[in-house]
Design a protein around this ligand. Sequence first.
Ligand SMILES: O=C(O)CCC(=O)C(=O)O
Ligand SMILES: [Fe+2]
Length: 361
Amino acid sequence: MSATETENEWVHYHDGGIPGRRRVLKGKEANPAFMEVPKIDFRRIYSDKLSDREELASEVGAACRDVGFFYAVNHGVDEKMLEDTLDALKKYFALPTEVKMETHNQKTEKFRGYEAFLEGKLDQSTRGDLKEGFLMGEDAHDPEQNLPLPLPSTSPRNQWPTHPSALFFRPAIYRYHTAMSTFSRLLLHIFALALSLPETAFDSITTHPMTNVRAVHYPPQNSDADVGIGAHTDFCWFTLVCQSATTLPALEVLNGNGMWVPVPCVPNSFVVNIADFLKVVTGGSWMSTVHRVRNRSGEERYSMPFFFSPNEDARVSVVEHLRKEGEVYDEFVVGEYFQKRLEVDRRTHLDPDEGGKGTGL
Ligand SMILES: O=C(O)CCC(=O)C(=O)O
Ligand SMILES: [Fe+2]
């Protein structure tokens, strides 16, 4: 058995930006629930044969319905580039605090830039998330993204370090961002097939998607009272996580019985998870699963989640054939949904009694 049972009767988390809880079910009370995250061979994503891609999609669809998480093994993204990016994270987070604080995320509307230790706090029972991070995202002002500037031009969203010792970081993050954006578009074709839609169903709403890379450093935690990132669901469409290897798994996902299932680093793989927005668009048939990070390995851990959502101005609703008869479904604008979620986070940031602070993207 690969899962560890929680000691408490209730597990607390953030779902949809709102505090939620789940009772731990044991023995006869327990329901059938996943005990590990499935590994799916992604070589078929590059196949010319539609039947190969459909076969992959049917495995992906099952994982999205039953677990909300899966490993994309043999993803085909340049391994050396991924290693180099993780090395760039190590080098960046080892810089003096003053250099990192130049881009403190509190200086921007969208929390882009550096997040210091304990500033995020998704779990109120802790002293804060034992992590530091750096967030960047879609921004037409960064020439690397090759996007037309919005008219009238809004101000830049990203902040990048300007100290000479930190200049290596921006190109390293952009190499990763570009590769992950390309992979995500292919993955969207598989998701479309998995939802019995034409492969290109989401292409027109993802011409200039909302994307974020969060580079994160989790130091080893000495106390079980600490958490690297408190239990939460993500609020984009889906997330890809590339993580450094540690002797003890640090990422954990919550199954239906309130048990934490470990998600160790598997070579040549990304961890993929469905987030709140795709759960909404699939009428709840795909799961946005609660997860957290605890780094009890005694080693430094680095990860770089890549968050993907459609175009900010796209209008979306629940996929037609997944609608229930008699229900009314609103169409909503992607950027507005995102902003609403950010506002929930901003409110909780200002009022810790509401359950947390920081962005659980
Ligand atoms: O570091 C990880 O493995 C996951 C981080 C995470 O869940 C997040 O940033 O939303
Ligand atoms: Fe997450």
